[in-house]
Design a protein. Structure first.
Length: 562
């Protein structure tokens, strides 16, 4: 073919182009391959000998002639400075070499495979009008998909189906509150306030019913009060699996044996099975009972909500990634549901902490220092708060939070509601198919995932090494590389402090006091108690009289001396 070949801009976006040509005098036709990487009008004739599968032949021919981009320019935000003597892509540290980062390693691999020239894109240049452009760290929202990816006719970018990642936003609740009465609160937590109120009213009405049924016409009010106390004592004893008082109740109420049997069975289920089992679970719980464990509970409780995951959204300073993607979830939620109101409240109440290093944020919170919020103010974080972050950044913050203190950390088990899609985007053009194919090979080999893990760990360990002691640095190494989550402590070396027994001593003292009162009540009659009270009152009066006389004598003696 002679002359220049004009290729439409829409045709340039196609991944592969072949041209069929035939003359008027012959039925034979020729196949030409458009070599897009070289120039806009370069063609190469294909001369197959025997073709059994045209699709395989055309595919192999395209890869053979277009796999080498021969220095074609590709723009990106990646600076490809890599010194083999100082940098490596195979480990965080290898001798004196340091890890270059996931994006640089991936970009260098693509450059070596496809032989293109990489230039750093300037903020003023429009990559869509000059060279092809690749983006490794753009967070994609629904609006971005509709504007640049959704419609193939005029889409600006192609979403590379490999090597991207989808980050989940997870939430934890952290509490630095004191633990003095948490053990005693475990006695009440098996039942909520409504169940306690309903149980108290029901058991009181049962005691009144039994008292009414036991009274006879000749009995006085005092006898009824005595039996009411006996009924209450029997109910409490039965709830504690002590049924020795049941025969006395049956003798006093002989016409309702079935009711008594049903009550005993109910007391057994409520007190022995349900309450004691729930109380045991509450006493061994590692988190406070008032700590919110769901997103809805966190919003309704009014505790402080923090986020530290950041994004550069065309502003001088980083902004909250959570707020950046929350609108997508809010806009797809029914406005009449409670979830919609919860999301609106969450968006208005979430506080973004501005800091580049996640571990440093957690360390400042642990030490009680002030942190910088998005409005530029410096404030201390409250004792109980919730954090909602990208999963790996959340782990980094929690490592710092638990460094100096011993907080309660409750991880929420809800299914994540917010996601951040961070794919690799390539501008539509002749390089699209090559980039997609090479990224697929990186993903299949596991290299890209390995670089992601090294990237996260390198940032965390670098921050820990700069801000803390070597002991924590070694613990994190053991946890990340060897899976050691808890420090091994022998039982004889794990001593219990005396402060942990404060609640037990108070509980034991209270039980002994009430037991002593009950014992004295059973041992001594009412008349004897009156006599003892009179004797104590009389003795106290005598003591006061003697003290008054001594005081008056001293006053008189001092006056006569003067």
């Amino acid at each position: 073919m002679k002359g220049a070949l004009y290729i439409s801009p829409f045709a340039v976006s196609m991944s592969k182009m072949f041209i069929l040509h035939s003359s008027r005098n012959s039925e034979a036709y020729k196949i030409f391959l458009a070599c897009l990487p070289y120039s806009s009008n370069s063609l190469m004739e294909l001369k197959p000998s025997i073709i059994n599968d045209y699709s395989t032949f055309l595919e192999s021919s395209w890869k053979m002639h277009n796999s080498n981009l021969k220095g074609l320019t590709l723009e990106s935000e990646v600076s490809t400075k890599f010194d083999p003597k100082e940098n490596t892509c195979s480990a965080i540290r290898r001798g004196s070499k340091i890890f270059s980062g996931r994006i640089i390693c991936a970009h260098l691999t693509l450059m070596g495979k496809l032989n293109f020239t990489s230039v750093v894109a300037s903020e003023q240049a429009n990559p869509n009008l000059t060279n092809d452009y690749i983006d490794y760290k753009g967070v994609v929202t629904i609006r971005a998909v509709e504007d640049g990816l959704l419609y193939p006719t005029y889409a600006l970018y192609t979403w590379v189906p490999h090597c991207g990642h989808r980050d989940e936003f997870k939430m934890v609740t952290v509490s630095f509150r004191k633990r003095h009465l948490e053990g005693l609160k475990g006695l009440l937590t098996p039942l909520d306030s409504y169940t306690w109120a309903a149980s108290g009213i029901s058991l009181t009405l049962l005691a009144v019913l039994l008292t009414t049924a036991s009274l006879k016409n000749s009995q006085s009010l005092k006898a009824g009060l005595t039996f009411f106390i006996q009924s209450c004592h029997w109910i409490l004893s039965s709830l504690s699996a002590q049924y020795h008082g049941t025969p006395a109740i049956l003798r006093a109420v002989p016409h309702f044996p079935i009711l008594i049997i049903i009550c005993v069975w109910s007391f057994f289920l409520l007190g022995t099975v349900f309450y004691q089992g729930s109380m045991f679970s509450s006493l061994i719980a590692h988190t406070p009972f008032a700590v919110p464990s769901t997103l809805e509970y966190v919003v309704e409780s009014g505790i402080q909500i923090l986020t530290t995951s950041r994004i550069m959204a065309g502003e001088p300073r980083p902004t909250s990634m959570l707020r950046h993607i929350m609108d997508d979830v809010i806009n797809t939620t029914d406005r009449s549901t409670k979830l919609f109101r919860t999301l609106i409240d969450l968006k208005s109440r979430v506080n973004f902490i501005f800091r580049f290093y996640m571990f440093e944020i957690g360390l400042n919170i642990s030490e009680g220092h002030e942190v910088e919020f998005e409005d530029g103010t410096f404030k201390r974080v409250k004792d109980t708060f919730a954090i909602i972050n990208v999963d790996y950044e959340l782990d980094e913050v929690l490592e710092g939070v638990g460094f100096k203190g011993d907080p309660y950390i409750l991880r929420h088990t809800e299914f994540p509601m917010f996601f951040a899609d961070v794919p690799i985007l390539i501008s539509r053009g002749c390089m699209t198919s090559f980039i997609i194919d090479c990224c697929g090979r990186l993903a299949q080999s596991g290299l890209y995932k390995w670089w992601e893990d090294l990237d996260v760990l390198d940032v965390l360990l670098g921050n820990v090494k700069d801000a803390s002691l070597k002991q924590l640095y070694r613990k994190l190494i053991a946890k990340r590389f060897f899976g050691a989550k808890n420090e091994i402590v022998f039982e004889e070396a794990k001593q219990v402090t005396l402060s942990a027994l404060g609640g037990v001593i108070g509980l034991g003292g209270g039980i002994l006091f009430f037991a002593g009162v009950a014992f004295v009540q059973e041992l001594v009659s009412y008349q004897m108690l009156q006599y003892m009270a009179w004797k104590c009152k009389r003795g106290a009066g005598v003591v006061l009289t003697v003290l008054k006389i001594k005081i008056l004598r001293r006053v008189w003696g001092f006056g006569s001396f003067c």
